[in-house]
Each structure stands twice: as C-alpha cells, then as structure tokens.
Design a protein around this ligand. Structure first.
Ligand SMILES: C[S@@+](CC[C@H](N)C(=O)[O-])C[C@H]1O[C@@H](n2cnc3c(N)ncnc32)[C@H](O)[C@@H]1O
Length: 295
C-alpha cells in the first residue's frame, strides 16, 4: 500500500473520519504535518523507537569513518542518539533538528552535547564546516530530500562523508507491514493527508544511490542493517507507530473508531507470532544504510 501520496477524501460514505480532522488536515501542508507531529511525540518516540534506531548507529559511524576529533553533524537528530554515539568515538558533534521538543529532549538526554534547532533543507552552518554528516531515519520526513542532500553536501568539506538510514521496505520491516496491512484490510488509505514524498522512496537501494550521485557525491555504497523492534505487552507495533510516529499515526488517526479498533486487534493478532519465551515481541525492522563521499 502507499503511505504518503496525499490522498484526498473522495466522499466515501463509509469513512467517517471527523469533520474536525478533515478541516485540520485540509489546512496543513506536509512540512507542517511533520513539524507539528514531531513537536508532540518527542517522549513517546524516545520510549518506543530509541532502542530501535540506535541499533544501526555503529554501522553508520563505521561507514562514515568517524574517529577522534572528526567534526560530525547529526541531521534530524531527534533525541540525539547518533550524535551521542559519535561523541563516544571521540568526535566533536553537533545535532540539528527542526523540532524544538526534540532538541529539548536531546539536551536533556545528552546534556554534554550541542543540539540546535534548524531545518535539514536550510542548515544553519557555513560551507565546508564538517568532516561527516549522518541522517538517521530523517530522509523520509523531509518534504524535499534533494534539498537536504544538497545542504549536507554544502556543509561537508571536500573529502567528507555522508550517510543516511531509512526503514527497509515493508516486506522486510515487519512492524510497518503489520500496521499497513491492517489499515488496508480494516480501514482506508483514502484519508485527507497532505501530499508528501513516498515514505519508502529511499528504501529502494538504486534510488538512494541515484539521489546521492545527483547531489554531487561519489562512490555511493548501499547495504541493509538488521534491527529488531522489542516491545512488551500490551504494546504492539500499532501502539509504537500510533504514539511515537507521525505520518502513519496521522493515517491511523483519520480512521473511524470502529476501524481503528479492528486495526489494533489485527496487529495484536499478527504480532503474537513474534513473541518469545520471555513474553517480549521481537519484530524484524531492518534498515537501508546509504553512504557516499564528497570528492
Ligand atoms: C524518525 S525521527 C529520527 C530521530 C533520530 N535521528 C533517530 O535516529 O532516532 C525523525 C526526526 O527528523 C526530524 N525532522 C523531520 N523533518 C525535519 C527537517 N525538515 N529538518 C530537521 N529535522 C527534521 C524530526 O523532528 C525527528 O526528530
């Protein structure tokens, strides 16, 4: 199924999303949806996804060759995990995120590190000011990811490296697959969301490679990195994305109460296949890691 293409309501009588929701979504653009969303979910994102996205930090820092003294920029830093992992390797780190709530969260979790408010598509840094930049699970949230890559290119010094991660496609990222399948089967994707770039665009290795080359980078390398979403009862991937996410959460919020309850139940049913003896759900959520060089 598609997540992202800005479906408008076609007046389907069975879909009873509230007038209030339609009015709100009719007024916001994609960037505003994302910004308002991340401002709301800084704490639940940390709770549900903090132990997931950090799993690919070592692979990204290896791809970037981060070592002692490297000037490193964590773009779309969220609660600051990647910046903190780079700092543990001795890098001189800065995090930047457009959400004040996320920057606040990062400053609380990692008070010794520097985090700034700023837009990935208009970075508040001079040219050639970093040796490496990382974008951990940010690319699918930018309205114009090409602009973000151009900005990353600008602030990197020649010889510097970029890397980004995005979720793998739903056939591999099982948690997303469960929720999207349940929406397809029990709800509707025909909801009034503002148009945005395809959520899984950069999950396509060739597309990531092409975008890096188009931005002026060379020697792109793309690979997959294993990650596992670990949840404890009563949480399932439904609760993780509903409470800690933005775009799929917006799609869930637009469902009727009855459809939403069915979606929640369907995800709970599918998730049981991934419960271990300790009672935890361990759900495969691999990511795509793309990296390249500014020659
Ligand atoms: C999925 S979270 C990733 C957080 C963190 N990097 C991680 O790996 O867990 C996406 C982050 O991107 C930020 N973000 C989205 N659009 C942005 C933009 N245009 N400029 C800067 N940050 C942005 C959000 O505020 C949020 O913190």
């Amino acid at each position: 199924m598609r997540v992202s293409q800005g479906h408008t309501v076609a007046g389907a009588p069975e879909r009873k999303a509230s007038n209030e929701w339609e009015a709100r979504m009719g007024q916001v653009d994609f960037s505003t949806l994302e910004h308002q969303g991340w401002e709301r979910v800084a704490q639940p994102y940390h709770t549900y996804f903090g132990d997931l996205t950090t799993q690919s930090n070592p692979a990204m820092l290896d791809a970037l060759g981060i070592g002692r003294g490297a000037r490193f920029l964590d773009i779309a830093s969220g609660p600051g995990y990647l910046a903190a992992a780079a700092a543990r390797r001795g890098a001189d780190v800065t995090g930047v995120d457009f959400s004040a709530a996320m920057v606040d969260k990062a400053r609380r979790v990692f008070p010794e590190l520097e985090f700034r408010i700023g837009d990935a598509e208009d970075l508040p840094f001079p040219d050639d000011s970093f040796d490496a930049v990382g974008i951990s699970f940010g690319m699918q949230h930018f309205p114009h990811p090409e602009r973000a890559l151009a900005e990353a290119f600008r602030v990197l010094q020649p010889g510097g490296r970029i890397a980004f991660t995005v979720s793998a496609t739903p056939d591999k990222a099982v948690g997303f697959a469960m929720v999207l399948k349940a929406i397809d089967e029990h709800g509707t994707t025909d909801v009034p969301l503002p148009p945005g770039p395809p959520f899984f665009r950069f999950s396509d290795w060739e597309e990531s490679r092409r975008a890096l080359l188009d931005a002026g980078f060379v020697q792109p390398v793309v690979r997959e990195v294993d990650q596992t979403l670990v949840l404890r009862a009563p949480d399932t991937p439904f609760h993780a994305v509903m409470r800690g996410g933005v775009r799929i959460a917006a799609m869930l919020n637009a469902q009727t109460p009855a459809a939403l309850a069915s979606i929640e139940q369907a995800v709970a049913y599918d998730a049981e296949a991934y419960r271990n003896d300790a009672g935890e759900l361990r759900i495969p959520m691999p990511c795509v890691l793309a990296s390249a060089l500014k020659a």
